[in-house]
Design a protein around this ligand. Structure first.
Ligand code: BGP
Length: 469
């Protein structure tokens, strides 16, 4: 059994524009769907975040120093097109050229997403992904980026279609905060798949130099306890969270098995899905043209049957044990007492990553090559009172978490799964969309008050791994 990862394995760190850049009001940047929302909510602000807009040279230098050979970055659509369309802003274009150059000059390959949860406010106001006109604007923006940023060779269209749809319309913790609006959620999933497919087709038809794919977060769903009723609830949740999107991306059709489950959910919620003529042809054409698949994995869920109305409580503060989720026509999330959880009630279960890798590889061969584009552990971390420049933040829990997940990747690789890279979420500490600044994931600690970076023990460990494989 091979105990090593290959020489050319990608060791990356992940970021997202809005979570790291800060500088939301400079250089004619347009508002995203978050600016006014966060202000009204009053819990935390998107400025300064990790001030990556100004401090990127420091973070790239740290990446290089600690053995990373890749970084996930997203382009903020509204830095280039403040309204999502119209005349591009030169300052925004220049910023991304500078950033990509800094990465490339330091041997830290940029893997670039076009959309990471930050829809332009103007388009959000007209329905976000539910408005098909906004798909046209996204395709135009993508084409602009491919023509402009020739130095980028690794693209992702959209990050985590399900998280956006689910957080906006089911769980209600992203704007516009709808709860269990099943029609909007499933329609947003379909429309985002369509947007992705149109961009992939454009990229391939245009013979651009480089590779392209998209990112799904996958959340395996296990019945608990294991009974036939609970298995059915798990299957329903899986169809909604995973299978619908995987089918649409890599099969170019929603299989009969998936649609039967989806239909059961739609019927129970008086919901509907509109698929327009021609949509499925576009998905079909793109389904074999993805060069790779970005797979984000954090946790599985455990499901039991449930017959009541939908209710939920989102744990956005790290007060352990406060999560609840009951979805009419699907089932309820339950706690499996054998599985440890984080302060935000996320299940820690590395085997779930192995299971989902095996499944993607067996059922979705069009995924071709897999990168784990996010995986990591959110913790409440603080600087010690006697902090000095050389202070190293102890994060053994994170090391243990990543170690176990890399072991799951190695196991899957040894059984033939083509997984060739790992991007830890996250590179440096940044803010979390619905949790704020006290949920830290970084290899590098950011003191948000001074913007000073400190090393965490996990960064030293990550470097040793990257060096020795
Ligand atoms: C993913 C997102 C990231 C990031 C991460 C951690 O869904 O792509 O942007 O935030 O999850 O999630 P959270 O910040 O909610 O802990």
């Amino acid at each position: 059994r091979v105990k090593k990862l290959p020489k050319d394995f990608i060791w990356g760190g992940a970021t997202a524009a809005y979570q790291v850049e800060g500088a939301t009001k400079v250089d004619n940047k347009g508002k995203t769907m978050w600016d006014d929302y966060l202000k009204a909510q009053g819990r935390f602000a998107p400025d300064p975040a990790s001030d990556f807009y100004h401090l990127y040279p420091e973070d790239i230098a740290l990446s290089k120093k600690y053995g990373l050979n890749a970084i996930r970055i997203s382009i903020s659509w509204t830095r280039i097109f403040p309204k999502g369309y119209g005349e591009p802003v030169q300052a925004g274009i220049d910023y991304y050229h500078r950033l990509f150059k800094e990465c490339i000059d330091n041997g830290v390959t940029p893997y670039v997403s076009l959309h990471h949860f930050d829809s332009p406010k103007t388009l959000f106001d007209t329905g976000d992904w539910l408005n098909r006109k906004n798909i046209d604007y996204f395709v135009d923006y993508a084409k602009f980026c491919f023509d402009e940023f020739k130095e980028v060779k690794h693209w992702f269209t959209i990050n985590e279609l399900i998280s956006l749809a689910y957080s906006q319309y089911i769980q209600g913790n992203f704007p516009p905060n709808h709860h269990f609006d099943v029609t909007s959620a499933i329609q947003a999933e379909h429309n985002e798949l369509l947007a992705h497919a149109r961009v992939v087709n454009l990229f391939k038809d245009g013979n651009y130099d480089g590779k392209i794919g998209l990112i799904h977060v996958l959340q395996p769903v296990y019945p608990y306890p294991n009974t036939p009723e609970n298995q059915h609830a798990a299957d329903l949740s899986d169809a909604f969270m995973n299978a619908f999107l995987l089918d649409g991306t890599f099969k170019g059709e929603y299989t009969e098995k998936t649609m039967k489950l989806i239909k059961e959910i739609l019927d129970a919620n008086d919901a509907k899905l509109d698929i327009e003529p021609g949509d499925m042809d576009i998905l079909k054409q793109a389904s074999t043209r993805n060069d790779y698949f970005g797979l984000n994995y954090y946790q599985p869920s455990f499901f039991a049957a449930y017959n009541g109305n939908s209710t939920n409580h989102f744990n956005g503060t790290g007060e352990k044990g406060t999560t609840s989720f009951k979805f009419k026509g699907v089932g309820q999330a339950v706690k499996n007492p054998d599985i440890p959880t984080t302060d935000w009630d996320w299940n820690i279960y590395p085997e779930g990553l192995y299971d989902i890798l095996k499944r993607v590889s067996a059922e979705y061969p069009n995924s071709k090559e897999i990168f784990i584009t996010e995986n990591g552990l959110g913790l409440k971390e603080e600087l010690p009172d006697n902090v000095t420049d050389d202070t190293i933040i102890d994060d053994d829990k994170r090391i243990d978490f990543v170690d176990q997940h890399l072991a799951a990747i190695l196991k899957a690789r040894n059984e033939g799964v083509n997984v060739n890279g790992y991007f830890i979420w996250s590179l440096q500490d940044q803010f979390s969309w619905a949790n704020g600044y006290n949920k830290r994931y970084g290899l590098f600690f950011v003191d948000f008050a001074t913007q000073k970076r400190y090393i965490k023990k996990s960064a030293l460990w990550y470097k040793a791994l990257a060096d020795t494989k």
